[in-house]
Write a protein that binds this ligand. Structure first.
Ligand code: NAP
Length: 280
């Protein structure tokens, strides 16, 4: 009988920056599983051919990153509800002979908060700073967890309005200038803007305006302690960094390809932190 091949990939263009091979490679080794996970640079013009030949090339599935997250919609047989709502695919797998496209970023976001701030979804209104691709995944997660007051604040108001239209009830759109007032009764503040990343060190909002019981999370993870988290911690607020989102979003894919639900451990976290060159 032919051996069952369990190989997976991350495709993007470029792809050198991806941390996914570190994460999945660690789990393959930790669980002693036969299989591989490799980063493959696929140019946009080669995407359709790559997807068409997946099974022939021994792949069980893989991750999809920029710039293919939308283009791949046309190339799969089925889309899971999260990917449909978010408008982007980041994970591919075969099920009953069909190629599925899913999105695990919402799972990653919620699982990270579950680990470090249990009960977060019942903490009150949520302010989401930013209205890009990551914000879509986060608003999906918030709605799934039953949050009924989601306030999107974005520099370009039009993009916040687009997300309000997309997600409907319980979602409102605001300009940056309104943030101070909105924060006064906010239970969870989420930064999804690129502000706070190395080289872009501004503060997307001032946590001074938040109530004492608020939770603050930043999905930017380089640096791990962003200016927003440092300011919130200085105020004594509960803070959750963005690395856990990256690690937890990898869990559902690994389970689908390799048949084992992996655990996000401090060992994995330390490994990825060292790879990123960030300190706790
Ligand atoms: P995106 O689609 O390009 O959206 C970027 C957002 O940031 C937009 O809302 C943009 O506002 C806002 N922004 C950028 N520069 C700004 C500035 N100077 N002042 C105010 N707002 C600014 O990017 P994305 O895919 O959503 O990713 C956003 C960040 O999340 C990135 O840093 C990414 O690395 C991180 N991320 C982390 C994870 C994780 O697992 N932790 C997952 C996904 C993404 P406008 O609409 O006005 O341009």
């Amino acid at each position: 009988m032919a051996e069952i091949v369990r190989n997976a990939f991350v495709i993007g263009h470029p792809i050198g920056h991806s941390r996914s091979p570190k994460i999945h490679g660690h789990w393959l080794k930790a669980y002693g599983l036969a299989g591989s996970y490799e980063a493959i640079d696929v140019a946009p013009g080669d995407l359709a051919g790559f997807i068409a030949d997946l099974q022939e090339n021994g792949f069980r599935g893989g991750n999809v990153t920029i710039p293919h997250k939308e283009a791949v919609f046309e190339l799969v047989d089925k889309i899971d509800p999260a990917a449909g709502q978010i408008g982007a695919v980041n994970t591919l797998w075969f099920e009953d002979g069909r190629l599925w496209g899913g999105n695990t970023d919402a799972h990653g976001f919620a699982a990270n908060l579950d680990e470090y701030a249990p009960g977060w979804a019942g903490n009150g209104p949520v302010v989401v700073l930013g209205a890009g691709g990551a914000a879509r995944a986060i608003i999906h997660a918030l709605k799934e967890r039953g949050v009924r007051d989601i306030r999107i604040v974005n520099r370009t108001l039009e993009r916040a309005h687009e997300l309000r239209e997309r997600f409907g009830d319980g979602v409102s759109a605001h300009r940056l200038e309104a943030a101070g007032e909105l924060l006064s009764d906010t239970g969870l503040l989420v930064n999804t803007t690129a502000l706070g990343m190395h080289g872009n060190e501004g503060l997307p909002a001032d946590p001074a305006a938040l109530p004492d019981g608020a939770i603050v999370t930043d999905i930017v993870y380089v640096p791990l302690e962003t200016p927003l988290l440092a300011a919130a911690r200085g105020r004594g607020l509960k803070c959750v960094d963005g690395l856990g989102m990256l690690l937890h979003q990898a869990v559902p894919g690994f389970e689908r390809w390799f048949g084992k639900r992996p655990v996000v451990t401090s060992e994995l976290r330390n490994l990825v932190m060292a790879d990123l060159g960030v300190r706790a």
